[in-house]
Design a protein around this ligand. Structure first.
Ligand code: NCD
Ligand code: ZN
Length: 342
């Protein structure tokens, strides 16, 4: 196969940031994705519909062809009234839960999950999806075990207590997460990033520390990587595309205390295409990238198309913009596919 045409994909987990960074990164996303679920973890988090509306308009200023699907940030101050407003809003797709302190800009995250059960109940009733960063932030839990610990201590409880709540387990990184989603009802789905398929913790820590491969959840051992890959190419509609592309300035990553997050927006669909092809699953790429996510979120499928051609090319070593420099995921590596908007 040297050329395929697919329905234009959706990125069901994306960080766009604000200001100059937003302006610099949105062009990469709009080339390959018709829509994306935009994460709310700005420095000043998107905690209510009003803030989401302002952010939505800011994003739209920079792109006419791309549709941002907005999320609210689940804080301890979230109210039943705000959930009602969110479910009535045409721009809000769901609410994103970060356990407090778990990742970049998550200081305002939830301190107590149990104390929010009445809010989960309201979301279940209004059928508003709950998007979860499924890791505990407890410093006593080993960083490699934080996803499993979240499943055992929280996710099992949430999904048992709210069987009709639509839950998206974001950026899964372990065999445990794959099994959990497989064993759950059709109300539970997961997003899968390119980095958790293409890399394992050796790519982060062996032969020198690689800050540009540092993301959260942290890369795991290769058995987990294999499980996540198998889930992505399985054709199971519970697993769909979410890049978790999360740009940080070069100096913030190459630092004594480097930020988590890799920037893959410029080449994401090419990376997935290569993965699916290598695993004899190119015929399942369109479902993973353009159908399963839209169906789970009850969105119409995109009408626009994207062409992918086999054309070996090189990922940029660096992306420079007005506000600084970003080193993209797998900078300088060869990729086999190239996307062309139709
Ligand atoms: C994300 C970011 O930088 O905003 N970082 C990451 O490593 N994935 C936050 C997140 O999704 O955890
Ligand atoms: Zn993220």
């Amino acid at each position: 196969m040297t050329e395929i045409i697919i329905t234009k994909p959706d990125d069901m987990h994306l960080h766009l940031r604000e200001g100059k960074l937003l302006e610099a990164v949105i062009k990469d996303t709009e080339k390959q994705f018709a829509r994306a679920i935009v994460m709310p973890n700005l420095k000043n988090p998107v905690v209510d519909v009003e803030k989401a509306t302002v952010y939505y308009k800011e994003i739209k200023k920079f792109s006419t062809i791309f549709e941002p699907l907005m999320t609210l940030y689940f804080t301890d101050e979230l109210t039943l009234n705000e959930i009602k407003k969110a479910s009535d809003s045409s721009i809000i797709i769901g609410i994103k839960l970060y356990p407090a302190g778990v990742t970049t800009n998550s200081a305002k995250g939830l301190k107590s999950i149990e104390d929010s059960y009445h809010l989960f109940e309201a979301m279940e009733k209004t059928d508003l999806p709950l998007l979860i960063h499924g890791e505990v932030s407890d410093r006593n839990v080993d960083v490699f075990d934080r996803e499993k610990s979240f499943i055992d201590n929280y996710l099992i409880g949430i999904t048992k207590n709210f069987p009709n709540l639509r839950v998206v387990f974001e950026h899964i990184s372990t065999q445990d997460a794959v099994s959990f989603v497989n064993e759950s009802s059709h109300k539970v789905a997961a997003t899968i990033t390119p980095q958790h398929i293409l890399m394992n913790r050796n790519d982060l820590l062996s032969g020198g520390i690689k800050p540009h491969n540092y993301c959260l959840p942290v890369l795991k051992r290769s058995t987990h990587q294999q499980a996540v890959l198998n889930a992505a190419v399985s054709g199971n509609p519970k697993f769909f595309l979410g890049t978790d592309s999360a740009p940080h300035l070069r100096q913030e990553k190459e630092s004594a205390c480097g930020c988590a997050g890799v920037y893959s927006a410029a080449t994401a669909i090419e990376l997935y295409a290569e993965i699916f092809e290598k695993n004899n699953a190119l015929d399942k790429l369109e479902d993973f990238s353009s159908t399963f996510g839209a169906d789970f979120y009850q969105l119409p499928r995109n009408k626009t198309k994207l062409k992918l051609i086999k054309n070996e090319n090189t990922i940029a070593k660096s992306i420079k913009f007005d506000g600084g420099e970003i080193i993209p995921f797998m900078a300088g590596n060869q990729i086999q596919w190239q996307s062309l908007a139709l």
